[in-house]
Design a protein around this ligand. Structure first.
Ligand code: ADP
Length: 296
């Protein structure tokens, strides 16, 4: 089940996992889990696993993005998405004022509310918020973007995007102290007070670092970082600090952000980051057990 509009069914009755996370598998502190939105992700399995883990006492902060939903909503609203390619080949969404509004509707109005609603039906005391709420995610809005079009570099100055540079964890701590499970979506807030489109993987990594989380789990539609993408048997199972740069070179496209998020979190003190598979049952428990690409 994916997060397409209207695609969330009533949750199936779930039984407790046969095998919980093994002892000593980093479940004592907070665990930050970022759920991707790519095709093939098993949303029902994710929610059921979260419910079981929360019942067994694991403290979770859930983060998600909304890129695919933004694209679909933008098309439906007659403001089709535009993607920019930087001179270094990096692709990003052009976020003008109207796209920003659509991005907020998609992330907060669609994905976040559905996740919260679904988790609550499974008995999880979930609360939805965006990076704006409580000044959680603060970043600098990019002054200008350079975009290459037909061999010509164009400068764009009115884009609403940026990277999270500061995480104020107080709102998360208050929610967790009250027994809630925070579910966080972009946007972030710029230092000038504007909402900004921000990468949810990187924001999850920054959040894990700021919380001093015991683990960061980035779940997507691949088993982890593949040495020879898309050959799944070429999964890189573990990378230590000296190998982070090489891992970043192996990763292409949007996987680069996940490697950057995971490696920055480990460098910031998170004990372990796992890039894992959200297409399987118990995707969170599996990643907690170290299934995927483990950075430590
Ligand atoms: P999500 O939206 O679920 O967070 P993304 O689409 O942002 O996921 O990133 C996952 C994608 O990264 C994969 O579907 C795959 O197309 C791409 N990718 C690029 N290089 C690699 C690689 N070396 N190993 C695994 N995935 C890769």
């Amino acid at each position: 089940m994916t997060l397409d509009a209207g695609s969330i069914s009533s949750p199936a009755v779930t039984s407790p996992p046969e095998q919980g996370p093994a002892p000593g598998c980093f479940t004592r502190g907070v665990v930050v889990v970022k759920l991707g939105g790519a095709a093939g992700i098993e949303f029902d399995a994710f929610a059921a696993d979260v419910a079981d883990l929360v019942r067994s006492g694991v403290r979770l902060v859930i983060v998600h993005g909304g890129s695919d939903q933004t694209t679909r909503l933008a098309e439906r609203l007659g403001h089709p998405p535009v993607f920019l390619t930087s001179p270094s080949g990096h692709t990003s969404r052009r976020t003008d004022r109207e796209t920003l509004g659509i991005f907020q509707m998609a992330c907060r109005g669609i994905v976040n509310q559905r996740l919260v609603e679904h988790l609550r039906r499974l008995g999880v005391n979930a609360v939805g918020l965006s990076g704006i709420d409580g000044g959680l995610w603060i970043g600098r809005r990019k002054d200008c973007l350079r975009a290459v079009e037909a061999g010509v570099t164009r400068i764009i100055r009115d884009d609403y995007s940026g990277t999270v540079e500061h995480v104020d964890t107080r709102v998360l701590e208050a929610l967790m102290a009250g027994g809630f499970v925070p579910v966080v979506s972009p946007p972030a807030l710029s230092t000038d007070g504007d909402p900004i489109n921000t990468d949810a993987d990187r924001a999850a990594g920054a959040t894990a670092g700021a919380l001093g989380a015991s683990a960061l789990l980035l779940l997507s539609n691949v088993p982890g970082v593949l040495e020879r993408y898309p050959e799944e048997s070429s999964l890189i199972r573990v990378a230590s600090r000296g190998e982070f740069d090489r891992l970043g070179r192996v990763a292409q496209g949007r996987m680069k952000n996940k490697v950057l998020a995971a490696s920055s979190a480990v460098i910031a003190g998170v004990r372990r980051a796992v890039i894992g598979d959200a297409r399987l049952d118990q995707p969170v428990s599996r990643a907690l057990r170290g299934e995927g690409t483990v950075l430590e």
